[in-house]
Write a new protein. Structure first.
Length: 131
């Protein structure tokens, strides 16, 4: 594991988020500490402005999606059309840090507002241990 990925947990969620509300996933925190919370997303200009909250271990961080990022799919050499979505370049939205205890917990991502047709297309929630 390289120094740049040490302490990084990528909770893959890939979904087009069209409703205000929440989505959750359970995981085990192996090492207690402070973790930087970053969402990997795409979002067209028409959907910018959603207020997002991430909750875990009874704590939360919040932010507003203020930057559009709507890249074209990465060309694929597939000979047969895919059933799944093609890969894209994803943008990071860092929300802040959460202090997590060791053990089982649930991570919940909530859209508090949805100003456009969708909240965002969410690829992953990255947790990077910072202390």
């Amino acid at each position: 594991m390289s120094a740049s990925t040490r302490g990084l947990v990528d909770v893959g969620l890939r979904m087009l988020w069209t409703m205000a509300g929440s989505s959750g996933v359970a995981w085990v925190t192996v090492r207690a500490g402070k973790y930087e919370v970053t969402l990997m997303y795409t979002c067209p200009q028409s959907d910018v402005g959603a207020n997002i909250r991430v909750e875990a271990g009874g704590k939360s961080v919040e932010g507003v999606l203020t930057r559009a990022h709507d890249p074209a799919p990465i060309p694929s050499p597939d000979r047969v059309p895919r059933g799944e979505v093609y890969e894209k370049v994803w943008a990071p939205l860092t929300l802040g840090t959460l202090a997590l205890e060791k053990g089982r917990t649930q991570l919940v991502v909530k859209a508090l507002t949805r100003p456009g047709k969708a909240v965002m297309e969410l690829k992953a929630v990255r947790l990077r241990r910072v202390e």
